[in-house]
Ligand binder design. Structure first.
Ligand code: AMP
Ligand code: MG
Length: 267
Protein backbone atom coordinates (compact mmCIF):
# COMPACT_ATOMS: atom_id res chain seq x y z
CA UNK A 1 0.00 0.00 0.00
CA UNK A 2 3.07 2.19 -0.22
CA UNK A 3 1.80 3.52 -3.53
CA UNK A 4 -0.61 5.85 -1.73
CA UNK A 5 1.68 6.84 1.12
CA UNK A 6 3.06 10.38 1.02
CA UNK A 7 6.83 10.36 1.47
CA UNK A 8 8.16 12.81 4.00
CA UNK A 9 8.86 16.26 2.53
CA UNK A 10 7.68 15.36 -0.97
CA UNK A 11 6.03 18.20 -2.88
CA UNK A 12 2.48 17.07 -3.52
CA UNK A 13 0.57 18.20 -6.58
CA UNK A 14 -2.85 16.60 -6.43
CA UNK A 15 -3.11 16.70 -10.23
CA UNK A 16 -0.56 13.87 -10.24
CA UNK A 17 -2.89 11.69 -8.13
CA UNK A 18 -5.79 10.11 -10.00
CA UNK A 19 -8.98 9.96 -7.89
CA UNK A 20 -10.23 7.23 -10.26
CA UNK A 21 -7.19 4.99 -9.80
CA UNK A 22 -7.97 1.29 -9.31
CA UNK A 23 -4.49 -0.14 -9.69
CA UNK A 24 -4.48 -2.06 -6.41
CA UNK A 25 -7.66 -4.00 -7.15
CA UNK A 26 -8.76 -4.37 -10.76
CA UNK A 27 -11.37 -7.13 -10.36
CA UNK A 28 -14.15 -4.54 -10.23
CA UNK A 29 -16.85 -3.36 -7.89
CA UNK A 30 -18.68 -6.60 -7.11
CA UNK A 31 -15.50 -8.53 -6.32
CA UNK A 32 -14.39 -5.49 -4.34
CA UNK A 33 -17.51 -5.60 -2.20
CA UNK A 34 -16.95 -9.28 -1.43
CA UNK A 35 -13.34 -8.60 -0.54
CA UNK A 36 -14.40 -5.79 1.79
CA UNK A 37 -16.55 -8.27 3.74
CA UNK A 38 -13.44 -10.37 4.33
CA UNK A 39 -11.57 -7.28 5.48
CA UNK A 40 -14.44 -6.46 7.87
CA UNK A 41 -14.02 -9.88 9.47
CA UNK A 42 -10.22 -9.49 9.73
CA UNK A 43 -10.68 -6.09 11.33
CA UNK A 44 -13.15 -7.51 13.85
CA UNK A 45 -10.65 -10.04 15.14
CA UNK A 46 -7.70 -7.63 15.10
CA UNK A 47 -9.71 -5.09 17.06
CA UNK A 48 -10.69 -7.78 19.53
CA UNK A 49 -7.06 -8.57 20.36
CA UNK A 50 -6.17 -4.84 20.34
CA UNK A 51 -8.80 -4.29 23.02
CA UNK A 52 -7.81 -7.35 25.04
CA UNK A 53 -4.09 -6.62 24.94
CA UNK A 54 -4.71 -3.05 26.14
CA UNK A 55 -1.37 -1.81 24.89
CA UNK A 56 -1.57 -0.02 21.54
CA UNK A 57 -3.56 3.11 20.70
CA UNK A 58 -4.74 3.68 17.13
CA UNK A 59 -5.60 7.10 15.76
CA UNK A 60 -7.18 7.38 12.32
CA UNK A 61 -7.57 10.83 10.80
CA UNK A 62 -10.09 11.30 7.99
CA UNK A 63 -9.94 14.46 5.93
CA UNK A 64 -11.38 15.41 2.56
CA UNK A 65 -13.61 17.87 0.78
CA UNK A 66 -17.36 17.91 1.47
CA UNK A 67 -18.95 14.68 0.13
CA UNK A 68 -15.56 12.95 -0.13
CA UNK A 69 -16.87 10.08 1.97
CA UNK A 70 -15.65 10.49 5.53
CA UNK A 71 -18.94 9.30 7.01
CA UNK A 72 -19.24 6.48 4.45
CA UNK A 73 -15.75 5.23 5.27
CA UNK A 74 -16.63 4.97 8.96
CA UNK A 75 -19.87 3.16 8.16
CA UNK A 76 -18.44 0.62 5.72
CA UNK A 77 -14.84 -0.02 6.80
CA UNK A 78 -15.78 -0.50 10.46
CA UNK A 79 -18.91 -2.54 9.84
CA UNK A 80 -19.27 -5.20 12.53
CA UNK A 81 -16.43 -3.97 14.73
CA UNK A 82 -17.21 -4.07 18.46
CA UNK A 83 -18.30 -0.50 19.37
CA UNK A 84 -16.80 -0.99 22.83
CA UNK A 85 -13.30 -0.33 21.53
CA UNK A 86 -13.94 2.21 18.77
CA UNK A 87 -14.76 5.86 19.22
CA UNK A 88 -15.56 8.56 16.67
CA UNK A 89 -14.57 12.16 17.32
CA UNK A 90 -16.30 14.69 15.07
CA UNK A 91 -14.67 18.08 14.77
CA UNK A 92 -17.19 20.77 13.92
CA UNK A 93 -17.02 24.56 13.99
CA UNK A 94 -15.31 25.27 17.34
CA UNK A 95 -17.45 26.49 20.24
CA UNK A 96 -16.64 29.81 21.89
CA UNK A 97 -14.92 27.99 24.74
CA UNK A 98 -12.83 26.00 22.29
CA UNK A 99 -11.92 29.21 20.45
CA UNK A 100 -10.71 30.68 23.73
CA UNK A 101 -8.02 27.97 23.85
CA UNK A 102 -5.27 26.88 21.51
CA UNK A 103 -6.51 24.77 18.58
CA UNK A 104 -5.06 21.51 19.92
CA UNK A 105 -6.87 21.85 23.25
CA UNK A 106 -10.06 20.22 22.02
CA UNK A 107 -8.11 17.60 20.11
CA UNK A 108 -5.72 16.18 22.66
CA UNK A 109 -8.30 14.79 25.07
CA UNK A 110 -10.01 12.97 22.19
CA UNK A 111 -6.97 10.87 21.23
CA UNK A 112 -7.24 7.10 21.81
CA UNK A 113 -6.36 5.40 25.07
CA UNK A 114 -4.78 1.94 25.33
CA UNK A 115 -6.65 -0.73 23.43
CA UNK A 116 -8.75 1.83 21.61
CA UNK A 117 -9.24 2.92 18.01
CA UNK A 118 -10.30 6.54 17.63
CA UNK A 119 -11.45 7.90 14.30
CA UNK A 120 -11.17 11.63 13.76
CA UNK A 121 -13.94 12.72 11.38
CA UNK A 122 -12.16 15.96 10.46
CA UNK A 123 -9.40 16.93 12.82
CA UNK A 124 -6.80 19.47 13.89
CA UNK A 125 -6.00 19.77 10.18
CA UNK A 126 -9.10 21.94 9.76
CA UNK A 127 -7.00 24.58 11.50
CA UNK A 128 -4.78 24.57 8.40
CA UNK A 129 -7.63 24.13 5.90
CA UNK A 130 -10.94 25.91 6.51
CA UNK A 131 -9.17 28.33 8.84
CA UNK A 132 -6.61 29.20 6.17
CA UNK A 133 -9.03 29.34 3.23
CA UNK A 134 -11.38 31.66 5.13
CA UNK A 135 -8.53 33.60 6.77
CA UNK A 136 -10.02 32.96 10.22
CA UNK A 137 -6.61 33.61 11.74
CA UNK A 138 -3.61 35.53 10.39
CA UNK A 139 -0.99 33.80 8.25
CA UNK A 140 1.69 34.36 10.94
CA UNK A 141 -0.45 32.20 13.21
CA UNK A 142 -1.49 29.35 10.92
CA UNK A 143 1.85 29.04 9.16
CA UNK A 144 3.41 27.89 12.46
CA UNK A 145 0.90 25.06 12.74
CA UNK A 146 2.62 22.65 10.33
CA UNK A 147 5.54 22.16 12.70
CA UNK A 148 3.31 22.35 15.79
CA UNK A 149 1.18 19.54 14.43
CA UNK A 150 4.22 17.47 13.50
CA UNK A 151 5.50 17.90 17.06
CA UNK A 152 2.10 16.99 18.53
CA UNK A 153 1.86 13.83 16.44
CA UNK A 154 5.45 12.90 17.31
CA UNK A 155 4.52 13.15 20.99
CA UNK A 156 1.54 10.86 20.41
CA UNK A 157 3.69 8.40 18.51
CA UNK A 158 6.48 8.36 21.08
CA UNK A 159 3.87 7.68 23.76
CA UNK A 160 2.61 4.60 21.90
CA UNK A 161 -0.02 5.84 19.44
CA UNK A 162 -0.09 4.57 15.87
CA UNK A 163 -1.28 7.42 13.66
CA UNK A 164 -2.74 6.92 10.17
CA UNK A 165 -4.04 9.85 8.14
CA UNK A 166 -6.24 9.45 5.09
CA UNK A 167 -7.00 12.16 2.57
CA UNK A 168 -10.09 11.11 0.61
CA UNK A 169 -9.33 12.40 -2.87
CA UNK A 170 -12.30 13.15 -5.15
CA UNK A 171 -12.51 15.53 -8.08
CA UNK A 172 -14.89 18.40 -8.61
CA UNK A 173 -17.11 16.46 -11.03
CA UNK A 174 -17.59 13.71 -8.50
CA UNK A 175 -18.52 16.27 -5.86
CA UNK A 176 -21.08 17.74 -8.23
CA UNK A 177 -22.71 14.31 -8.66
CA UNK A 178 -22.75 13.68 -4.93
CA UNK A 179 -24.22 17.08 -4.09
CA UNK A 180 -26.85 16.54 -6.77
CA UNK A 181 -27.67 13.15 -5.25
CA UNK A 182 -28.12 14.83 -1.87
CA UNK A 183 -30.62 17.21 -3.46
CA UNK A 184 -32.49 14.50 -5.36
CA UNK A 185 -32.65 11.68 -2.82
CA UNK A 186 -35.11 12.42 0.03
CA UNK A 187 -33.04 10.21 2.35
CA UNK A 188 -29.91 12.23 1.66
CA UNK A 189 -31.43 15.70 1.66
CA UNK A 190 -30.77 16.23 5.37
CA UNK A 191 -27.05 16.28 4.55
CA UNK A 192 -27.35 19.09 2.04
CA UNK A 193 -26.38 22.50 3.26
CA UNK A 194 -26.42 25.61 1.09
CA UNK A 195 -23.09 26.53 2.64
CA UNK A 196 -21.55 23.52 0.88
CA UNK A 197 -22.08 25.35 -2.44
CA UNK A 198 -20.13 28.34 -1.14
CA UNK A 199 -17.31 26.02 -0.08
CA UNK A 200 -17.38 24.37 -3.50
CA UNK A 201 -16.55 27.73 -5.10
CA UNK A 202 -13.36 27.74 -3.03
CA UNK A 203 -12.25 24.36 -4.43
CA UNK A 204 -8.94 25.63 -5.84
CA UNK A 205 -8.00 27.29 -2.55
CA UNK A 206 -8.82 24.12 -0.62
CA UNK A 207 -6.69 22.06 -3.01
CA UNK A 208 -3.73 24.39 -2.40
CA UNK A 209 -4.24 24.18 1.35
CA UNK A 210 -4.45 20.37 1.19
CA UNK A 211 -1.33 20.15 -0.98
CA UNK A 212 0.56 22.16 1.61
CA UNK A 213 -0.71 19.96 4.45
CA UNK A 214 0.16 16.75 2.60
CA UNK A 215 3.61 18.06 1.62
CA UNK A 216 4.57 19.26 5.09
CA UNK A 217 2.91 16.95 7.61
CA UNK A 218 3.49 13.43 6.32
CA UNK A 219 6.07 11.88 8.61
CA UNK A 220 7.36 8.35 9.23
CA UNK A 221 5.45 8.33 12.54
CA UNK A 222 2.21 9.85 11.19
CA UNK A 223 2.00 9.30 7.43
CA UNK A 224 -0.62 10.68 5.08
CA UNK A 225 -2.20 8.43 2.48
CA UNK A 226 -3.88 9.94 -0.58
CA UNK A 227 -6.84 7.64 -1.21
CA UNK A 228 -8.43 7.59 -4.69
CA UNK A 229 -12.04 8.14 -3.62
CA UNK A 230 -14.17 8.75 -6.69
CA UNK A 231 -15.25 5.12 -6.33
CA UNK A 232 -16.57 4.45 -2.86
CA UNK A 233 -15.96 0.68 -2.91
CA UNK A 234 -12.33 1.22 -3.91
CA UNK A 235 -11.81 3.85 -1.21
CA UNK A 236 -13.14 1.43 1.40
CA UNK A 237 -10.92 -1.41 0.19
CA UNK A 238 -7.75 0.66 0.22
CA UNK A 239 -8.36 2.16 3.66
CA UNK A 240 -9.39 -1.20 5.09
CA UNK A 241 -6.28 -2.85 3.69
CA UNK A 242 -3.88 -0.19 5.00
CA UNK A 243 -5.49 -0.37 8.43
CA UNK A 244 -5.32 -4.15 8.60
CA UNK A 245 -1.70 -4.26 7.37
CA UNK A 246 -0.79 -1.71 10.03
CA UNK A 247 -2.56 -3.62 12.81
CA UNK A 248 -0.93 -6.91 11.77
CA UNK A 249 2.52 -5.34 12.04
CA UNK A 250 1.86 -4.63 15.73
CA UNK A 251 2.00 -8.40 16.38
CA UNK A 252 -0.63 -8.18 19.09
CA UNK A 253 -1.27 -11.07 21.47
CA UNK A 254 -4.09 -11.92 23.86
CA UNK A 255 -2.77 -11.40 27.39
CA UNK A 256 -2.05 -14.44 29.51
CA UNK A 257 -4.42 -14.72 32.48
CA UNK A 258 -3.10 -13.36 35.77
CA UNK A 259 -3.57 -16.63 37.62
CA UNK A 260 -2.63 -20.19 36.78
CA UNK A 261 -5.92 -21.57 35.49
CA UNK A 262 -4.87 -25.19 35.10
CA UNK A 263 -6.89 -27.72 37.02
CA UNK A 264 -9.80 -25.37 37.72
CA UNK A 265 -13.28 -26.89 37.64
CA UNK A 266 -16.38 -24.79 37.71
CA UNK A 267 -19.05 -26.38 39.89
P1 AMP B 1 -19.47 18.35 8.77
O1 AMP B 1 -18.18 17.58 9.00
O2 AMP B 1 -19.93 18.26 7.36
O3 AMP B 1 -20.51 18.02 9.76
O4 AMP B 1 -19.14 19.90 8.96
C1 AMP B 1 -18.37 20.36 10.01
C2 AMP B 1 -17.98 21.80 9.67
O5 AMP B 1 -17.15 22.28 10.70
C3 AMP B 1 -17.20 21.92 8.38
O6 AMP B 1 -17.74 22.91 7.57
C4 AMP B 1 -15.80 22.31 8.85
O7 AMP B 1 -15.13 23.12 7.93
C5 AMP B 1 -16.11 23.04 10.14
N1 AMP B 1 -14.94 23.04 11.02
C6 AMP B 1 -14.31 21.98 11.56
N2 AMP B 1 -13.24 22.37 12.28
C7 AMP B 1 -13.19 23.71 12.18
C8 AMP B 1 -12.31 24.70 12.69
N3 AMP B 1 -11.25 24.37 13.45
N4 AMP B 1 -12.58 25.99 12.40
C9 AMP B 1 -13.64 26.32 11.64
N5 AMP B 1 -14.50 25.44 11.12
C10 AMP B 1 -14.29 24.15 11.39
MG1 MG C 1 -20.49 18.01 5.47
Amino acid sequence: MDRYRVKQKSKINLKDHDPDDQSFFDAGKEAGRIHLKELNIDLMSLQNVLYAEHKHKILIVLQGMDTSGKDGTIKHVFLGVNPQGVRIANFKVPTSIELDHDYLWRVHHQVPGKGEITIFNRSHYEDLLVVRVHALVAKEIWSKRFSQINDFERLLSEEGTTVLKFFLHIDQDEQKKRLQARLDDPDKRWKFRKGDLEERKLWAQYILAYEDVLSKTSTPYAPWYIIPSNRKWYRNLVIGTILIDTLKKLEMRYPTPEDDLSGITIT
